[in-house]
Design a protein around this ligand. Structure first.
Ligand code: FAD
Length: 312
């Protein structure tokens, strides 16, 4: 038995591209794979999953208590169906980072985190020390592999597949010890940071919550996601789900623009897979210029209004 189960991430309407990236990772391992979609009223999302290239079966588990991404409910469901699979993969997004360790613990195995490259079905590479070193991981073949896939390292597979959907009832009832209450997200209607093609970020230099409106306005004009450095988050200028970096989100947009961000290694680790990095910083010696494709030594309080005027 050598088959992979991929856990689909979605918001109830759209399948997150992280699912097709996990599929790419499974394909690189030479594995056949199925996709499980858990949620409530998920026929559309399951339909989207069927188009991922090479998907075997899309298993749709539709139940009210699975509507929200509560790890305690989703993990039990995955564990109940784990028997037929040698590998279980999920994305290294907030959802996957919450869910996969719980699955691993329930199965009594260690988790392999952040697979960034594949050498074989049990042989991977993953970054450590904020991306400063790459470690070679050899997982034991006799043990079920539970892993997260570093979504910034993988392209989504094409959507030319035509898998079938298998509807299954939930195998496990709702957990009694955890309840879903609310999702509070700072991003508003802006594109999700981890899937946005463009991201505009601000750092400590913004100097206040009010000034962060400059970042939001520019992001909105460019149809971009809005991000921040940890210093900006810690100072309370913006919500912490906007944090990019080692202890925030690892992102890989086509375009990343950093305003007033120094370029600490913990920040760079979150953006080094971005296509084009643009940095605006007053200090010509700021380390961010070492990784930037385009650098502008300038005051952000002059540059952003000029950009807004040009775009507006
Ligand atoms: C374990 C650990 C984990 C961490 N995780 C993260 C993480 O996930 N993400 C993260 O971002 N950081 C993280 N950090 C923090 C990181 O080390 C830095 O402290 C942080 O990134 C600095 O944020 P900053 O660049 O906004 O602020 P600063 O380092 O203070 O830089 C501000 C920059 O703004 C420039 N500037 C000032 N005024 C202007 C102006 N008007 N116009 C243009 N430029 C201007 C300055 O020249 C300076 O370069 C972590 C640290 C540790 C120890």
């Amino acid at each position: 038995m050598s088959r992979t189960l991929i856990i689909a991430e979605h918001d109830g309407q759209d399948l997150n591209p992280s699912t097709a990236k996990c599929a790419n990772c499974a394909a690189a391992m030479g594995q056949e794979y199925d996709i499980v979609v858990m949620g409530s009223a998920i026929a559309d999302v399951a339909g989207q999953a069927t188009t991922i290239d090479g998907a075997g079966t899309v298993i749709a588990i539709d139940a009210e208590h699975l509507a929200n991404p509560l790890a305690s409910n989703h993990a039990s469901e995955v564990v109940a169906m784990a028997d037929g699979y040698s590998h279980i993969l999920g994305p290294s997004t907030t959802y996957g980072r919450d869910l996969m360790p719980r699955i691993a613990a329930l199965l009594g195995v260690n988790q392999v985190s952040d697979i960034s490259a594949v050498e074989g079905p049990h042989h991977f590479k993953r970054p450590i020390y904020a991306g400063n070193a790459i470690v070679d991981v050899q997982a034991p073949e006799a043990v079920k592999l539970v892993a997260t896939v570093r979504v910034a390292s993988w392209k989504a597979l094409e959507s030319t597949g035509s898998a079938s959907v298998e509807d299954r009832p939930a195998a496990v009832s709702a957990s009694l010890h955890t309840r879903y209450i609310d999702l509070q997200s700072g991003g508003g209607e802006r594109p999700d940071l981890q899937t946005a093609n463009r991201v505009i970020s601000g750092g400590r230099a913004l100097a206040s919550k009010e000034n962060f409106d400059l970042i939001y306005d520019l992001a909105d004009l460019m149809g971009a996601g809005a991000g921040a450095s940890r210093a900006a988050v810690d100072a309370g200028y913006c919500p912490n789900d906007m944090q990019v970096g080692q202890t925030g989100k690892i992102i890989a947009p086509d375009l990343y623009i950093a305003f007033g961000i120094s370029g600490a290694i913990q920040h760079i680790t979150g953006i080094k897979d971005a296509g084009t990095i643009v940095a605006v910083n007053k200090d010509a010696d700021a380390p961010i210029f070492e990784v930037a494709d385009i650098g502008l030594t300038a005051d952000l309080f002059n540059v952003i209004p000029e950009m807004k005027e040009l775009l507006g």
